[in-house]
Ligand binder design. Structure first.
Ligand SMILES: NC(=O)c1ccc[n+]([C@@H]2O[C@H](COP(=O)([O-])OP(=O)(O)OC[C@H]3O[C@@H](n4cnc5c(N)ncnc54)[C@H](O)[C@@H]3O)[C@@H](O)[C@H]2O)c1
Length: 354
């Protein structure tokens, strides 16, 4: 299957290794800075014949990839995704899939019109402990759900934000909720039953005066099934990436997943005898907070392309995670609760308002 990658920055090695490990034919690497595309080619197996491009439209026309991954600045995802779909390529779009509801809808419309596969790159859904929790949840082991929590307590300093102009801007990125926390927010929404009806949120910029957006955010979510979600996320944690956790509390049990990127089981407490101990082999020890999930996400997308079935993390999931973060931003800016679904909302709505 012919594959191309657009955007060859920090996260691109995860995409390249996922493509290699899944046996994709890597035909093109594209970056507006072509030297970056050339430098990540070092990740490719010896002898891989790859072409380099600085324009994704030209790349699509010449290479006609069947699958394209988009790992560019978040504000550019939607335009590039629609171009890829219109050129006949299935796509994996890095999170967040877009920065506005309108852009997410444009992607979904192009997907529906084309019948192609669109996957939102929330790779943590494939983490061993996350899959373990999901299995217990679907088997009804938690009973009625009461509430869940998602916490991201990481650290990003001036060097990180100054490494690229787009970071921390409303136009291309958003703050810590949109960038670092959206994986945990996706998992919380997915575990707690999916449909958020109301959000109350607060955001602050406490120690990064050189970025536009928040470096701390907290929110309470109400779900349609009567349960609640609590979120806290920050890049201000002293001393480095401390933890990213996901907890679910139900009438018949609770579980807390922890580690720096929801990669281990911290607590597993259930009424059901068969759930007295978590499975022994689900914890993971990834080298970075990006985890190991890209490989499984690619495997799933390839299967979807072959079978024509929706991927495990589809475009609607990407839109819902985006919508949850936008709702927190809106609540924080308007200083009042926000009802979902959002008809329209964009990170640009919050420029100079936070
Ligand atoms: N899934 C994850 O865990 C994860 C981790 C990190 C980043 N991300 C996401 O991946 C995306 C990239 O993040 P990053 O940290 O790698 O950023 P980065 O700045 O390191 O790399 C982005 C690259 O995209 C290139 N680019 C920008 N616009 C382009 C265009 N129109 N055509 C071709 N190339 C273009 C830039 O030149 C740059 O090399 C972001 O959306 C981010 O949120 C996801």
């Amino acid at each position: 299957m012919k594959y191309a990658l657009v955007g060859c920055g920090r996260v691109s090695p995860n995409h390249i290794s996922a493509a290699v490990e899944n046996g994709l034919e890597i035909t093109a690497l594209c970056d507006i800075d072509i030297d970056k595309a050339k430098s990540v080619a070092a990740e490719l197996p010896r002898g891989n014949d790859v072409r380099f491009y600085d324009d994704h439209r030209q790349m699509l026309e010449v290479e006609k990839p069947e699958l394209t991954a988009i790992a560019t600045f978040s504000g550019t995802h939607a335009d590039i995704a629609v171009d890829c779909i219109n050129a006949g390529s299935n796509v994996i779009i890095e999170k967040p899939i877009a920065l506005s509801i309108a852009d997410a809808d444009r992607i979904i419309k192009a997907e529906e019109d084309s019948g192609l596969i669109v996957c939102a790159n929330h790779q943590n859904r494939f983490n061993g402990p996350v899959q373990h929790m999901r299995k217990a949840l679907l088997a009804g082991k938690f009973g009625k759900l009461f509430y869940g929590t998602a916490s991201v307590r990481w650290s990003r300093g001036e060097e990180y934000y100054k490494s690229a102009d787009w970071r921390g801007t409303w136009e291309q990125d958003g703050g810590t909720l949109m960038n670092q926390c959206i994986h945990a927010i996706d998992l919380l929404r997915w575990m707690m039953g999916g449909e958020i009806t109301e959000v109350v949120g607060f955001t602050e910029n406490m120690m990064h005066p050189y970025i536009e957006c928040e470096d701390f955010g907290t929110a309470i979510l109400r779900f349609k099934n009567g349960s609640y979600g609590i979120i806290d996320g920050t890049v201000n944690t002293y001393g480095g990436d401390y933890e990213e956790t996901l907890s679910v509390f139900g009438e018949k049990g609770f579980a807390k997943l922890g580690g720096t990127c929801i990669n281990k089981v911290d607590d597993w407490v259930f009424e059901d005898e068969s759930e007295r101990e978590p499975a022994a082999d689900v914890d993971e020890h990834p080298p970075s907070v990006y985890g190991f999930g890209h490989k499984s996400l690619y495997t799933d997308v390839i299967k979807s392309i072959v079978t024509g079935k929706k991927p495990y993390v589809d475009s609607q999931a990407g839109k819902k995670a985006l919508e949850a973060v936008l709702a927190i931003y809106k609540s924080a800016a308007d200083k009042k609760p926000v009802k979902l679904p959002l008809e329209s909302c964009s990170t640009l709505d919050f420029k100079d308002r936070r």
